[in-house]
Design a protein around this ligand. Structure first.
Ligand code: SAH
Length: 192
């Protein structure tokens, strides 16, 4: 496996390590609202394909080699810098959101609206980190099929998810969330 492929997998592994303790603790939580539509399940499945299964095939077999391309070394290094940043944002978001995190749209009985830490700057730091990772993927996994697979699937996921999530948060937290929206950007800090 090439150096940049290793950097990609180290990041995926680190994300799993960051999430594992929360995943374990979440199982004991009582939920007051859970929204999982068939559409969301399909997109989550596709994200797993573009962000994990295709990269795995690329890294462990030669089946997809026909679609490989070669970028100059500096492009791969830009990818490494990007995923290091993505990992930092991912870690901060999990540290600040704690047990309020969930893979699908959920409100737990003891849900707290987090507006501190990285959530005081942007509302969707985890999705921001997934944006950066999806943009870095074609620089790290230099293959037309594998490099862009994550980005192509993540773009519709992001817009559908944020729309549904912000509606759910407004239904649950009302004006408190609307005020919070005025002060923060979605994935980029609000200027001014
Ligand atoms: N969109 C956020 C969180 C993703 S996890 C991010 O990108 O970082 C999705 C869950 O987080 C949702 O089910 C919702 O219950 C919860 N959530 C989102 N924003 C929140 C906030 N500011 N405070 C508490 N919970 C939040």
């Amino acid at each position: 496996m090439k150096l940049f492929g290793i950097a990609f997998w180290v990041t995926i592994l680190a994300q799993m390590v960051i999430r594992a303790p929360l995943n374990k603790k979440r199982r004991l939580e009582k939920m007051s609202e859970q929204q999982i539509t068939g559409q969301e399940k399909s997109i989550l499945g596709l994200l797993f394909l573009g962000g994990f299964l295709l990269p795995l095939l690329y890294s462990t077999t030669s089946w997809l080699d026909f679609a490989n391309y070669n970028l100059p070394g500096w492009a791969g290094w830009i990818g490494v810098v990007l995923i290091a940043g993505a990992l930092y944002v991912f870690w901060r978001a999990h540290a600040d959101l704690g047990l309020n995190w969930s893979p699908t749209l959920e409100i737990r009985e003891k849900h707290e609206l987090i507006t501190r830490g990285i959530y005081g700057v942007i509302r969707h730091p985890m999705y921001a980190s997934q944006w950066i990772l999806a943009i870095a993927q074609p620089l790290l996994l230099q293959n037309w099929l594998v490099g862009f697979a994550n980005l192509i699937i993540f773009v519709p996921f992001y817009f559908l998810r944020v729309q549904a999530e912000e509606k759910m948060m407004q239904d649950s937290f009302g004006d408190q969330y609307r005020e919070y929206m005025k002060k923060t950007g979605a994935v980029l800090p609000k200027l001014g």
